[in-house]
Design a protein around this ligand. Structure first.
Ligand code: GAR
Length: 205
C-alpha cells in the first residue's frame, strides 16, 4: 500500500513529534510517512528533532506573517508542495480557522492532554491543562486524540487513555506522566489508524 503523506504541526519541545518519528522506525507507524514538519515559531526544539530525522521543516508564524489569512495561506502552500494527505497537530498552539479545518474534514487529528470534555477548549493548552486538573482535584486525568473541526477540541474522539493523578503532583510531573503513559502511545496509534483508512480509501477509489 502506498504510504499516506503526513505533516506534523508543532510549536514547542516536540516530544509527540519524536514519538511519531520513533513509531516510524519501530514499525508502529507503517501506513504513513512524515514528509513535512510545520512549526509555528522558529524557536521550537521540534525543528531540531525534524532536522535530526532528516524531515523537511518550515516555519509558519502567525505573528511574522501578520494575519490569519497569510498564516493559513503559507501553511496550505507548504502542505500542497509536499502532497500532504493527513495533518497531525502535536502540541501546535496556534489556532486554525474554521475555514482551514473545513477544507480538511477528518484529515486533521490533534492530541490533547486531558480526558475531553474535561479541561479543554479555549485557554486550555499545554501546562495550563494540568494546572487546572490539579486545581480541580481530579484523581484521574489522561489524554485524548480527536479529529479537528471548527470547535476547539470539539471534533470526534478517536482514542483516550486514563492516567492517575498522584499525591504531591506538580503540573510538570503530571504533564510528563500523561505524556509517557498516554500521549506518546495514543498519537502514533491514532495516526496509524487514520493513515491506513486514507490508504484503503485510495485503493478503493
Ligand atoms: C502536549 O502535552 C500536547 O498534548 C499539548 O501540548 C504538549 C506539547 O508537547 N497540546 C495541547 O495542549 C493542545 N491543546 P510536545 O511539544 O513535547 O509534543
Amino acid at each position: 500500500m502506498v504510504k499516506t503523506k503526513i505533516a506534523v504541526m508543532v510549536s514547542g519541545g516536540g516530544t509527540n513529534l519524536q514519538a511519531l518519528l520513533d513509531a516510524q522506525k519501530s514499525g508502529v507507524l507503517t501506513a504513513g510517512e512524515i514528509v513535512l514538519v510545520i512549526a509555528s515559531n522558529d524557536k521550537a526544539y521540534a525543528l531540531t528533532r525534524a532536522e535530526q530525522a532528516g524531515v523537511p521543516a518550515v516555519v509558519c508564524s502567525r505573528k511574522a506573517l501578520g494575519s490569519q489569512e497569510a498564516f493559513e495561506a503559507a501553511i496550505s502552500q507548504a502542505l500542497e508542495e509536499h502532497g500532504v494527505e493527513l495533518i497531525v497537530l502535536a502540541g501546535f498552539m496556534s489556532i486554525l480557522s474554521g475555514d482551514f479545518t473545513g477544507r480538511w474534514p477528518r484529515r486533521i487529528i490533534n492530541v490533547h492532554p486531558s480526558l475531553i470534555p474535561s479541561f479543554c477548549g479555549k485557554g486550555f493548552y499545554g501546562l495550563k491543562v494540568h494546572e487546572a486538573a490539579l486545581e480541580h482535584g481530579v484523581k484521574i486525568t489522561g489524554a485524548t486524540v480527536h479529529f479537528v473541526n471548527e470547535v476547539t477540541d470539539g471534533g470526534e474522539i478517536l482514542l483516550q487513555k486514563a492516567v492517575e493523578v498522584e499525591p504531591g503532583d506538580t503540573p510538570e510531573v503530571l504533564q510528563r506522566r500523561v505524556m509517557e503513559q498516554a500521549e506518546w502511545k495514543l498519537l502514533p496509534q491514532a495516526t496509524q489508524r487514520i493513515a491506513e483508512e486514507i490508504g484503503k480509501g485510495k485503493e478503493n477509489a
